[in-house]
Design a protein around this ligand. Sequence first.
Ligand SMILES: [Zn+2]
Length: 498
Amino acid sequence: MNQPGMLPRASLLIFLLFLRSNGLAQSPQDRFINVNGLRLHFLDWGTETKPPLILLHGIGRVAHTFDHLAAHFSKDYHVIAVDMRGHGDSGWSADGAYLVEDYVKDIEKIVRQEGAVFGEYPDYEPGHYTFLADYLPYSTGDGMEHRNSTVMTEPASIASNRRRLLDTVAHEFFHGWNVERIRPRSIEPFDFERANMSSELWLAEGFTQYYGKLIVQRAGLADPRATAEALTEFVESATVAPGRAVRSAEEMSRMAPFMDGGITVDRTNWPNSVTSYYSLGGAIALALDLALRGRSGSEITLDDFMRAMWRVHGKPGGSREGYVDRPYTTDDAQARLAEVSGDAAFAKDFFDRYVRGREVADYARLLQRAGFSVKKRDGGRAWWGDVRLDARGDGARVGAVVPANSPAYAAGIDQDDTLTQIAGERVTSADAVNTVLSRHRPGERVTIAYIDRTGATRTASVVLAENPHVDVTAVESAGGSLASAQRAFRDRWLRSQQ
Ligand SMILES: [Zn+2]
C-alpha cells in the first residue's frame, strides 16, 4: 500500500502544514457535488483519463491552497482539490461535524486532562505550544517531543486511525513536562558527540507511555476495551517478556544508546535479555499508581507523584535557556515518592524491588481493585514457546532467537534449527506445528526431530507448558459483575479529572 516513492491510485493527502499559494500557470474548473446532503465545492484540474489524486486541506485552508502543487501534478494525474465542509465554497455541516476540527477538539481534551495531572502548564518559551501533524501515506510513523512543540508523522489517516494517532498526541504533549522540563540528570545537557547513557528512561519514557494511554481514556477518547488492551501490553512486558529476568528497569534504560536507532552488525540475544523501557516503565507506573491508590483509599495517586516531580525538578526551570537547574536521579524520584506517600519505607521497597531489582508486581491483585482481571489467554492449551518458524520444503526453520522462558529453549532448540517432525508427524510450517500441539496438553512430553544449525540430525524431548500469555479484561465484559468498591476505584482512576 504505502510503498515509498509511489503515489497510490487515489491518494488521500491530509496536509496540516501551512502552504503558500503562488501565481498560477493554469486554471482549474469550479465544480460542485452533493454528498450526504451537503453541497461540496471542488477544483477539477483534469484530465479524467489520468489516475486520480485527491487533495484535502487542513485547518483554516481551502482547495485553492494547493493551486501551485495541483498545477504541477496535473501533468500526470487527474487532480481534484476539495473545499472540505465548512471551508471555501462548500456547505456547512448542520451538526458541526468536521474531521479535522473534531480532531483538534480531541487534542484539546487531551491538553486539558494533562494540565489537570500537573495542575498547570509549563511556561512555553514562545508563549504557546504547537502540534505539527503530518499524516501522509509515504511518511514513517514517529512522534518527537520538543520543549514547545511536537512533530508527529504517520502513514495513516485521522478517519481510520484516530485513537492510535491520539495516543501519540497524548504521549508527546506529556513530554512537555516529563523529559523536556522534568529531566534526568543523565541527559542534562545533551551531548551531541557521545551517547547520554541514562538509567531513568523507565520514568522519562515509560511513565509517559503509561500516561499517554491513561489520558486518552480520561479524555473519553478510548473505550474500556482499548484501555484493557493497553493494560495487557504493560502487564505482559513485566510478566511474560523474558528480558525482565535478566535486566532491571534501570539497566533496560541504559540499553537505549544501543537500540534506539542503533543497528547491530552481529546477531544479539536481546530478545531474551532486554524489554523495552517504554512498556516496562509503563508497567512500573501502572503498579505504582494502583499501589498508591490502594493504600490511600484513592486519595494519593501517581498524579501526586508527577506533580511532586514537577514542583521540585521541572517548574524551577534553569538559569540558562533550555537547561534545568534541578534534574533528577533515581534517588531523587524515590525521595519524591517517599514525600508523596508519607512512607519512606514503602518508597524504598518499591524502588528496590521494581526499579533497581527485577521483581514483578502482583498485577492480578492490583488490577482486581479496579475491576480488571488478569487471565491466561489460552489457558489449558499446550505451548512450546513463541518460536518464530519459517516454512521450508524440508521443515520449519527457526527464524529468530528462541525465548529463554520456553520449553523449546529448555530442550535446546535454537535459531537456524529446522524442525522436521513433532510427535511423529511431519511439519513444514508454524501452522502445522500448532495443529500438532493442539492435540496435546500442558505437561505432556513430545519428541521433536530436527536438523540443527550445524546440519546434524537430532531429536529432543520437549515438556509442553501452558501458554503464559495473559489478557487484562474488565470483569463485567467477561461475564462477571463489578462491585461498587471496584467501580468507585476505577472511576477515580480512569474518569475525567477536570
Ligand atoms: Zn516519548
